[in-house]
Design a protein around this ligand. Structure first.
Ligand code: FES
Length: 249
């Protein structure tokens, strides 16, 4: 019924203000997804696909939690159960998770979803989620069910800890071996600084900077330091996950 790129849309529901939870099924491709990778979703009538991080993958079903930010994601939010969705997935290089390490996983805003699938690949992770306010909070029960020690922060104090994810990170960083994070660039930069200060390895996902997702538009170019040399890399192809120490902000 569907070609290899086609996923069957199972559900597409709004779970918070402007944030949707889409479940799509493809028994061949969904099981290949690793944490931190993304799916590139074709939106009818739009030239560019929309890169959406993998929130979860189970039993051939990919879960994509995304925010309506423009016309493309608006159209995506109106797709209905039973439709065939053209998705290239999984794409990019995800988080490198080592057994035996305790991880602190940090998500900010729409950077929270990829941390759920990551949490499921780790043991007893410390998860810190940050949102602008209480209307944008997502996935808290999912993290608890995944066995995470969970901390909620909001910028305005309308729920959880009033403050930034880095305030919590500084307090708890000595309880973990490594940090993985996804969210807005200023947040990632602040996390990278804290990790450097405390000498903890840190991986960050820069997917916010993506557009075409296939190495064609250069929108996602990022400066990376490798062997003492600064070079440009593509977030969509070389990332979205990078070693925080290598990223030149
Ligand atoms: Fe266009 Fe990477 S998003 S080149």
């Amino acid at each position: 019924k569907y070609d290899v790129k086609a996923f069957e849309l199972l559900s597409n529901e709004e779970i918070a203000d402007g944030i949707f939870d889409m479940r799509v099924k493809n028994d061949e491709l969904a099981p290949l997804a690793k944490c931190g990778q993304f799916a590139h979703v074709y939106v009818p009538s739009k030239t560019l696909r929309r890169p959406i991080s993998v929130c979860d993958s189970k039993n051939g079903v990919l879960r994509l939690v995304y925010q309506v930010k423009g016309e493309g994601t608006k159209i995506m939010s109106e797709m209905k159960k039973g439709e065939a969705v053209d998705i290239l997935a999984p794409l990019g290089n995800g988080f490198n998770i080592e057994k035996g390490k305790r991880y602190c996983l940090i998500g900010g805003g729409i950077g929270v979803p990829p941390m759920l699938y990551t949490a499921k690949q780790t043991k007893n992770p410390l998860v810190i989620t940050g949102f602008r306010n209480k209307d944008l909070i997502i996935l808290q029960d999912d993290f608890k069910n995944a066995g995470a020690e969970l901390v909620l922060t909001t910028d305005d104090g309308s729920a959880g800890v009033h403050g930034f994810v880095t305030d919590v990170l500084k307090e708890k960083i000595n309880e973990v071996d490594e940090v993985c994070a996804c969210g807005p660039t200023p947040m990632l930069k602040a996390i990278a600084q804290v990790c450097k200060e405390f000498n903890k390895p840190c991986q960050i996902s820069l997917e916010e900077r993506m557009a075409c997702g296939i190495g064609a538009c250069l929108v996602c170019a990022v400066k990376v330091r490798k062997n003492g040399e600064e070079i440009m890399q593509h977030v969509c192809k070389n990332g979205p996950v990078f070693n925080a120490e290598e990223v030149v902000f």
